[in-house]
Design a protein around this ligand. Structure first.
Ligand code: SF4
Ligand code: SF4
Length: 136
């Protein structure tokens, strides 16, 4: 199975071979999609982790033991639904089925679990109502 996370770590983690350990000890494939590192060396990465369920659980436990925060990518999606005008621009680019609109009410519906963090909706919204870590 594959899972996407925003992984956040402190400057104390810089010398820890986290990715190497996930691969070698837990047999998890790690695909780093985006990365940001601040001048203080703390940073965040958008990663895709692939492995069997048990190994992924163990890998997440290892990261938790290092106080590395793993945020499921769907949790970083922010949609200001209160200000939405239901124009459909975002649903037109969201091919995962996370953002949809249809009969009978034609109002925006958001199913965060389906978000794959492609970021297309962020630029598509004319009112700037959508935010996503690494999506800008
Ligand atoms: S980031 Fe991509 S998958 Fe997620 S809601 Fe936006 S368009 Fe859909
Ligand atoms: S593009 Fe923006 S205003 Fe239009 S439906 Fe999506 S969130 Fe609402």
């Amino acid at each position: 199975m594959k899972e996407k996370y925003v992984l956040e770590y402190s400057s104390a983690m810089v010398d820890e071979p986290v990715i190497y350990t996930l691969v070698k000890r837990f047999d998890i494939k790690v695909n780093i999609l985006r990365a940001e590192i601040s001048s203080g060396q703390e940073g965040s990465m958008l990663v895709e982790l692939e492995g069997d369920r048990a190994k992924l659980d163990e890998g997440r436990g290892y990261l938790a033991s290092l106080s590395v925060t793993l945020l499921p990518i769907s949790n970083s999606l922010r949609v200001r639904e209160d200000a939405c005008i239901h124009c459909g621009s975002c649903t037109g680019v969201c091919f995962s089925g996370c953002l949809t609109m249809g009969a009978p009410d034609w109002l925006l519906a958001v199913d965060r679990d389906k978000c794959i963090a492609c970021g297309l909706c962020v630029k598509a919204c004319p009112l700037g109502l959508i935010g996503l870590k690494f999506g800008e």
